[in-house]
Design a protein. Structure first.
Ligand code: IFM
Length: 468
């Protein structure tokens, strides 16, 4: 069985938990609290382009995307949305849309072309300009230090398999904070470490395309370690910053109510969700992964990883269903789901899973402040002859998920903001440009931006605090 990321996420979905909240919008619930942040998220390699400009070094995604057959249609991030040159117009769209927050990522190889050592001043200058422009537009910048574009030079030294990466990452974090920490308040360390571990190092399909069970666990653990090292470094070097990280979280269900499938769900939940949350928030790894983690656990690792954070970023797309498969790498396989709606990625539409996830953070992880830092959907957008995009399915998707956020808040979940994925259509990793997640359409040959119906709809929600 070929396990692609698409197949993987498409396995989400059967078996709703309690019937009290249906998997659709509860349109009559109250509005969002005052001060709730509304925004959009992006990532450097997915939008910037300009990969050889102003001293940027190569990243693992440059290498991977130029590998024949790696990316659909042979696409690369070389130009992407040309955001490196077009950011003023993109920020106008944010501002005009009524958004108050923007999450972007800093490209590590733009700042440190070799990953460590000599800083590239032009790389920092670029992000300096972005931050100033965001603040001038009264948009709160959320900066993410790592959204998958590891410097190739560090991959050549072992990347996420070399324990030195904890120090490399903390050094890089400090370099960026020294320049931007006077103006950026919200700092996320990593984006979706379990995706990096699984698709970059376990099953393959993402850069650096490594495979194997031990490879997966080492990459996961060293991301946790690097995250802890960077949190500690920033906490002491720049007190006062709000520090956090971003996890992709997906409630996991067994396909069948059998002991074997239930155990498969426990294993998968441990690998995918809890091996990121527990060491960070509780200082332990889940028991079912101990045999894999113990051989690679240094004596002080857990205390390095277990750091206080000011917020958790939650990326939510769907739930997951798994079943037992003794022959598979992790003893689990994707189960069948029974969702009624699917996105163009083949992912089930399951707003209720977002509610469940937020409630779990409230109940099991101390109700720390949460931002939904990604939520959104790819659909087959059609530009009408008059140049409009009526993406009703995306509007429905957003409305149904936001209704769940609103209900979660009403029930005491500490959710502070919602940032849609994504501002722009962009380079969707192994899918290249074939999947469009933006609320703004990008016509790649001309780089023309066309706001979709979802952009106007979400902007109105942002301005009024109420679901239209
Ligand atoms: O495009 C990605 C993003 O980079 C990380 N989270 C999921 C999105 C959609 O697949």
């Amino acid at each position: 069985m070929v396990l692609t990321r698409r197949r993987f996420l498409a396995s989400a979905g059967a078996m709703a938990a309690t019937p009290a909240i249906a998997d659709s919008a509860a349109a009559t619930a109250p509005g969002f609290p005052q001060g709730f942040l509304w925004g959009a998220s992006t990532a450097a390699y997915q939008i910037e382009g300009a990969v050889r400009e102003d001293g940027r070094g190569p990243s693992i995604w440059d290498t991977f995307s130029h590998t024949p057959g790696a990316i659909k249609n042979g696409d690369t991030g070389d130009v992407a949305c040309d955001h490196y040159h077009r950011w003023p117009g993109d920020f106008d769209l944010l501002r005009q849309g009524g958004f108050s927050a923007y999450r972007f990522s800093v490209s590590w190889p733009r700042v440190l072309p070799e990953g460590t050592g000599t800083v590239n001043p032009k790389g920092l200058d670029f992000y300096d300009r972005l931050v100033d422009a965001l603040l001038a537009a009264r948009i709160r910048p959320f900066l993410c230090l790592y959204h998958w574009d590891l410097p190739q030079a560090l991959q050549d030294r072992g990347g996420w398999h070399n324990r030195d990466i904890a120090a490399w990452f903390a050094d890089y974090a400090e370099v960026v904070a020294a320049r931007l920490g006077d103006r950026v308040g919200d700092w996320a360390m990593l984006n979706e470490p379990s995706v990096v571990a699984l698709f970059g190092h376990g099953l393959g399909g993402h850069a650096p395309n490594l495979k194997g069970r031990a490879s997966f666990f080492l990459a996961l653990h060293l991301q946790n370690l690097a995250q802890g090292a960077a949190l500690a470094r920033l906490r002491s070097a720049k007190p006062g910053l709000r520090l956090g990280t971003v996890l992709n979280l997906q409630p996991v269900r067994p396909e069948a109510d059998t002991p074997a499938d239930r155990q498969a769900a426990v294993i998968w939940d441990a690998m995918w969700n809890r091996s990121c949350m527990d060491p960070l928030l509780k200082g332990t790894y889940p028991e079912v992964v101990h045999a894999d983690i113990e051989p690679i656990l240094g004596p002080d690792d857990l205390s390095t990883i277990h750091q206080p954070i000011d917020f958790l970023g939650v990326n939510y797309y769907s739930r997951m269903v798994v079943k037992a498969d003794a022959g598979a790498m992790f003893g689990t396989a994707w189960g069948k789901n029974a969702a009624k709606r699917y996105t163009a990625m083949g992912w089930p539409v399951e707003p209720r899973g977002l509610y469940d996830q937020l409630a779990e953070i409230r109940d099991r992880y101390g109700n720390i402040p949460v931002y939904v830092t990604e939520n959104g959907a790819a659909y087959e957008d059609v530009v009408t002859p008059s140049g409009k995009i009526y993406d009703k399915e995306r509007v429905d998707f957003l409305r149904d998920h936001l209704a769940m956020v609103r209900t979660a808040i009403a029930e005491g979940c500490n959710v502070k903001g919602y940032l849609v994925w994504s501002l722009l259509d962009n380079f969707e990793w192994a899918f290249g440009y074939s999947k469009r997640f933006g609320i703004v359409y990008v016509d790649y040959p001309t780089q023309r931006r066309i706001p979709k119906q979802s952009y106007y709809w979400l902007g109105q929600v942002a301005r009024t605090g109420r679901l239209a």
